[in-house]
Design a protein around this ligand. Structure first.
Ligand code: UD1
Length: 329
């Protein structure tokens, strides 16, 4: 199949692109490289068609969907905290881009559109685990935008007969997730800080919990969505079905990195959800999904990757330093 992955140079998108190439599909990537990086695609660069551009630009969107049979819309500007500080860029990269891609896909007659949704849409509703038929209650512009994207995806199934599906990702983590900014996902942030010999910042009491999901599980759900029948715009949780508190997370990461589990306390973040855990019944039913990589194994792989990347970038810096000093000689 010919497939478009928006945000294909990003964290989750690049893993998905690799898997699609491995399955023998022809893959086009649309990415504006705001957070994506070409290096994320280095293993498959020869096999993919790379388009640079903004998903909210109708002309780029139209060029990107030309001739494709399915779209995986992964592009977004992540971070709840960033969206609270500066809502407009999140909105443009979120629902505006999603609607633009949906319109382009409809006009091109693309049959299937899989949308990267978010567990943040549940907000602070009290019941756990979260089931897709429960009410939604977004607490941040990021979450509201993700929910609006879901509504559009559902409407395009209903109004135009496209096969659309929302995958509600629950705190996806893994290699290639950026850990260098305060807006980074907490796992990559904590590992980056621990490996640098620092003390992670914990917002609030650290007892908030998440259903942390290793990236290979999100990729697997997308691959299943490519072949699932009868998609009618529904939303499906993608998670592991277990929740872990930030303090438990920090303890495990401290053990894996050989660092003390000390934390700097900071005030809770506005827009933060307290607890999150998914029910996976619908994912099983609609997609035949079950998580293949558990939390601990995912953490081991993530720590190993970040450790290796730090080592190779510091040896790269040393080499660059050496050659600079040679040149200066
Ligand atoms: C939310 C969504 C998630 C989505 C992500 C995109 C929920 C439940 N989850 O993640 O599905 O993929 O947005 O951005 O809404 N924290 C610290 N110290 C740090 C960084 C974070 O204490 O240095 C805390 C945050 O305040 C939060 C928790 O860690 O309580 C997780 O934060 P983060 O990794 O940013 O993800 P969510 O906002 O939960």
């Amino acid at each position: 199949m010919k497939i478009l992955v928006t945000g294909g140079a990003g964290f989750i998108g690049s893993h998905l692109v690799e898997a699609l190439v491995e399955e023998g599909h022809g893959v086009r990537v649309l990415d504006d490289f705001s957070t994506g990086r070409v290096e994320n695609l280095h293993a498959v660069l020869a096999d993919v068609e790379l388009l640079e551009g903004d998903c909210a630009d109708p002309e780029r969107a139209a060029a990107a969907v030309r001739g494709v049979e399915a779209v995986f819309h992964q592009a977004a500007l992540p971070s709840v905290a960033r969206s609270v500080a500066d809502p407009l860029p999140t909105h443009r990269a979120g629902p505006t881009a999603t609607l633009t891609m949906l319109v382009a896909a409809r006009d091109e007659g693309v049959a299937r559109f899989v949308y990267a949704g978010s567990s943040s849409v549940y907000g602070d509703t009290p019941t756990l685990p979260k089931r897709e038929d429960m009410e939604t209650h977004p607490l941040s512009p990021y979450a509201a935008g993700k929910l609006l994207g879901e509504h559009y995806a559902r409407l395009f199934a209903r109004l135009y007969g496209m096969e659309t599906l929302t995958l509600r990702y629950f705190n996806v983590f893994g290699p290639r997730q950026d850990g260098t900014s305060p807006y980074s996902g907490v796992i990559s942030r904590f590992v980056e800080v621990l490996l640098a010999g620092g003390i992670p910042v914990v917002h609030g009491d650290g007892r908030q919990s998440r259903d942390f999901t290793y990236v290979a599980n999100a990729v697997a759900a997308n691959l299943l969505a490519l072949h699932a029948v009868g998609l009618a715009g529904q939303a499906v949780n993608v998670a592991t079905g277990r929740r872990v508190s930030l303090l438990e997370l920090l303890e495990t990461l401290a053990r894996l990195t050989g660092r003390p589990a000390a934390a700097q306390q900071a005030p809770p973040r506005a827009g933060d959800v307290r607890h999150s855990r998914a029910d996976l019944g619908r994912a099983r039913e609609v997609l035949g999904y079950a998580p293949a990589v558990d939390f601990e194994e995912g953490l081991r792989r993530t720590v190993a990757w970040l450790r290796e990347r730090r080592q190779s970038s510091s040896s790269g810096a040393e080499e660059a330093g050496e050659s600079r000093s040679c040149a200066a000689d």
